[in-house]
Design a protein around this ligand. Structure first.
Ligand code: NAD
Length: 337
């Protein structure tokens, strides 16, 4: 599906600020001459019975076919009769690991200068299995599912990631003292995998203590692996350590080598359509996509242009204390390329 010179990738611009920040990515890629041809898919306004969600079957097929894609934020439609968009993507494409790098940006001062950690979140089960029901009126139940298969798979990914990225330590984050069966099984799987990687230090940290340690001294951590809900919360906490949700990228890894990069943040309805959003998180996500495709020169070139623009400080969006619009900031990045 790709010619010798062009690679096809799926693009979901998404909702809210999604189309504005996706436009930034398209502009920067054009300027940097990245050999990517986008196959764009929007969230539909009707439920597709084949996916039971507003995502069309064709859009999922596009990711399966291309094996690689970039996703803007998707607002979660409230109501019955359909599956959450993000949940549909994760389940249908078996996106089992969500990798969220978080590092201090040079030149952008926050409380810490030395944050450099990776959170790896199990993405398919836990409290986010989508299994909730009412037992009797006034009593509801939500099932937290932890399986050996999914836990081993994400632990294996985390240790492999650590080994191949020159990282020294993997911390498994849990609450097994209370959730003895579920988090207990997750830890057991992490321990099993840790034995196969004697060169990587392994430790276990209780989630509440982990939060305290992260805000006191984030340099204590290297690679963190954890079940779904903890990963959701901890990665936002980590984003806060380096300047906020506008900055942190992520990449979803699926079975069969699928990589679907996305920003950590949501659709930011409060600033949507105002040309105010910070496109950095989606741009850095697109950089992880380029690295996955082994287009390292392009990735480095774009990453440097983003970081230099922020460090220079002349053009920054409002979330970073500046007054630039999304389009002015994007233009400045293009000028740095
Ligand atoms: P949010 O991340 O959209 O916004 C939280 C705050 O951060 C807001 O004040 C917003 O303005 C700000 N913010 C977020 N991204 C920004 C950016 N790029 N630049 C500048 N400021 C930014 O979280 P929310 O308001 O809780 O969620 C809104 C919608 O997004 C909901 O429907 C939620 O379900 C959905 N959501 C989707 C994803 C996803 O698609 N992966 C992730 C989280 C939330």
């Amino acid at each position: 599906f790709s010619s010798a010179t062009t690679i096809r990738a799926t693009l979901f611009p998404g909702d809210g600020i999604g189309p504005e920040i996706a436009e930034s990515v398209k502009q920067v890629f054009r300027e940097a001459d990245v050999p990517i041809e986008w196959e764009e898919h929007y969230v539909g306004d009707q439920i597709d019975p084949r996916t039971q969600s507003f995502l069309t079957w064709e859009s999922l097929e596009s990711v399966r076919r291309n094996g690689v894609g970039l996703k803007g934020p998707m607002a979660t439609p409230i109501g019955k009769g359909h599956r959450s968009l993000n949940l549909t993507l994760r389940k249908e494409l078996n996106l089992y690991a969500n990798v969220r790098p978080c590092y201090s940006l040079p030149g952008y001062k926050t409380r810490y200068d030395d944050v450099n950690l990776i959170t790896i979140r199990e993405n398919t089960e836990g409290e986010y299995s989508g299994l909730e029901h009412q037992v009797v009126r006034g009593v509801v139940e939500s099932l937290k599912i932890i399986t050996r298969q999914a836990s081993l798979r994400v632990a294996e990914y985390a240790f492999h990631y650590a080994k191949t990225h020159g990282r020294e330590r993997v911390s498994a984050i849990h609450k097994a003292n209370i959730m003895q069966k579920t988090d207990g099984l997750f830890l057991k799987c992490c321990r099993e995998v840790a034995e196969k990687y004697p060169e990587i230090k392994y430790e276990e940290v209780v989630i509440d203590n982990c939060c305290m340690m992260l805000v006191k001294n984030p340099a204590l951590f290297d690679v963190l692996v954890m079940p779904n809900l903890y990963g959701d919360i901890i990665s936002d906490l980590c984003a806060g350590l380096i300047g906020g949700l506008g900055l942190t990228p992520s990449c979803n890894i699926g079975e069969g080598g699928i990589a679907l990069a996305e920003a950590v943040h949501g659709s930011a309805p409060d600033i949507a359509g105002k040309n105010l959003a910070n496109p950095t998180a989606l741009l850095l996500s697109s950089v992880t996509m380029l690295r996955h495709l082994e287009l390292h020169d392009k990735a480095t070139c774009i990453q440097d242009a983003i970081l230099n623009t922020i460090a220079e400080g002349k053009y920054r969006t409002a979330d970073l204390g500046g007054s630039s619009s999304t389009s002015d900031f994007t233009r400045a990045i293009c000028d740095h390329l």
